[in-house]
Each structure stands twice: as structure tokens, then as C-alpha cells.
Design a protein around this ligand. Structure first.
Ligand code: C5P
Length: 223
């Protein structure tokens, strides 16, 4: 049976996380947060004392991740367990995101995570959130969306999120981090971030979450 897959790719801070959670809930589909797998690989490597230069060690860590995603009430991100321990907040830090983008440039790490990501494709359907969902992991996805926003807007959104969490970081520092992460994600040799040839590009700059969701639902043919 053909399981529908909605692949949503884009840079960090484009709103993909929120939008894909809402979309999966509305459609009653499973959700793959592929970035979490790269974040978990970075965290597990750190805990096991594996250096980010040790390619074989990192591939082994990625291939043997003991991970569970537990559903939470609507509006909250899934709880993420690593080796049975709740790491939901720990993997969301800027440092972990930055480390994730370092391990993500390593092809053997990407290879080790490929099948695990494809295993999320189960009836009645899947919403897949990442950088290479439409280009590499699900090249035959039913719908491919590339969600983007200007770097300035993404820095502003991240600043707001952090303020709400009680963390005050300068917008300029966030903008520098976002640009550095974009640069690493877009210019790496393995599965660089880019829209699939058949992706529909949606720019969320200046749009509310509901407006973006409306556009994504329309692109997905579900509006
Ligand atoms: O989406 P998120 O910010 O959680 O991803 C963290 C990092 O993991 C990204 O900056 C990117 O380098 C990497 N990643 C990737 N391919 C994916 C998802 C995430 O390379 N499909």
C-alpha cells in the first residue's frame, strides 16, 4: 500500500517544527522530526566521549541510538528519550543544534540514520520535517514543500522564543548563528539543504503561523 508522505524541508527557524506538528495532528499522520535524530546523535556522542572528528565512532553512535518519541498533549513537542532518559529540553539548546549540524555533514552518519527515518513511513501517512526529506530520504514523497523565511525574521522569531523561555540573547548574535548554520547546511557535500526540483517553495516571512499553515495545507491539497 502506498503511504502518503508530505516532506517539509527548510532552514532552521523557518517554522517547520511548529507547522509540521500542526499539520500531522490535523491530518492524523505520523510525524518524523529528523533534526531530532541528528541532535540525539550529537548528544549521545558527547555522552559516550566520541569526538566530532571520529567518523567511524559517530556512525556507530548514530546506528545504535536507543531513542523513543513519546506523544504529548496537542501543542507540545513529543517527549524524546535517549537511553530511557528524557532529553526533550537538552536537545533543543543552540549548542546541541550547532553540534547536530557538525555531525550532519558526515555521510556515514547520514547513511546510518537513513533507514530509521524511512521506518517512520507508516499508514495512514507521514509528515517528514528536515533538510533532505524531499531530496534524499523520501524522493517519491506525495507532496514536497520547502519552507523558508529571511534570516532576519528567523532570528527575530528565535529571539522571541528565547525571551519567552526567560533567556535574553542579542538578536545580532542569533543572526550570526543562523547564518553560520545555513552556510554549513547549504554548502556541505552530503545532502545539502536545497529545495527538491519538484518542491513548492513557501516563504513565511511576515506571515502568522495560521497563514503559513493555510498555505502549507493548500500546497498539500488538504485545504
Ligand atoms: O531541524 P533541526 O534544527 O533540529 O536540525 C538540527 C541540524 O541537523 C540542522 O542544522 C542540520 O544540520 C541537521 N539536519 C540535517 N538533515 C535533516 C535534519 C537536520 O542535516 N534532515
Amino acid at each position: 500500500m502506498d503511504v502518503p508522505v508530505i516532506a517539509v524541508d527548510g532552514p532552521s527557524g523557518s517554522g517547520k517544527g511548529t507547522i509540521t506538528q500542526m499539520l500531522a495532528r490535523r491530518l492524523g499522520y505520523h510525524l518524523l522530526d529528523s533534526g531530532a535524530l541528528y541532535r540525539l546523535t550529537a548528544l549521545a556522542a558527547q555522552r559516550q566521549g566520541v569526538s566530532y572528528e571520529d567518523v567511524d565512532g559517530l556512525a556507530r553512535v548514530a546506528g545504535s541510538l536507543d531513542v523513543a518519541f513519546q506523544p504529548t498533549p496537542p501543542g507540545e513537542p513529543a517527549r524524546v528519550l535517549l537511553d530511557g532518559q528524557d532529553v526533550t529540553s537538552e536537545i533543543r539548546t543552540e549548542t546541541c543544534g550547532d553540534n547536530a549540524s557538525k555531525v550532519a555533514v558526515i555521510q556515514p552518519v547520514r547513511d546510518a540514520l537513513l533507514q530509521r527515518q524511512r521506518d517512520f513511513c507508516q499508514p495512514p501517512g507521514l509528515v517528514a520535517d528536515g533538510r533532505d526529506m524531499g531530496t534524499v530520504v523520501f524522493p517519491d514523497a506525495t507532496v514536497k514543500i520547502f519552507l523558508t523565511a529571511s534570516a532576519e525574521e528567523r532570528a527575530r522569531r528565535r529571539h522571541q522564543q528565547l525571551l519567552e523561555a526567560g533567556v535574553d540573547v542579542s538578536i545580532d548574535a542569533l543572526l550570526d548563528e543562523i547564518r553560520a548554520r545555513d552556510d554549513r547546511d547549504m554548502n556541505r557535500a552530503s545532502a545539502p539543504l536545497r529545495p527538491a526540483d519538484d518542491a513548492q517553495v513557501i516563504d513565511s516571512t511576515g506571515l502568522s503561523i495560521e497563514e503559513v499553515l493555510g498555505k502549507v495545507m493548500a500546497a498539500a491539497g488538504q485545504a
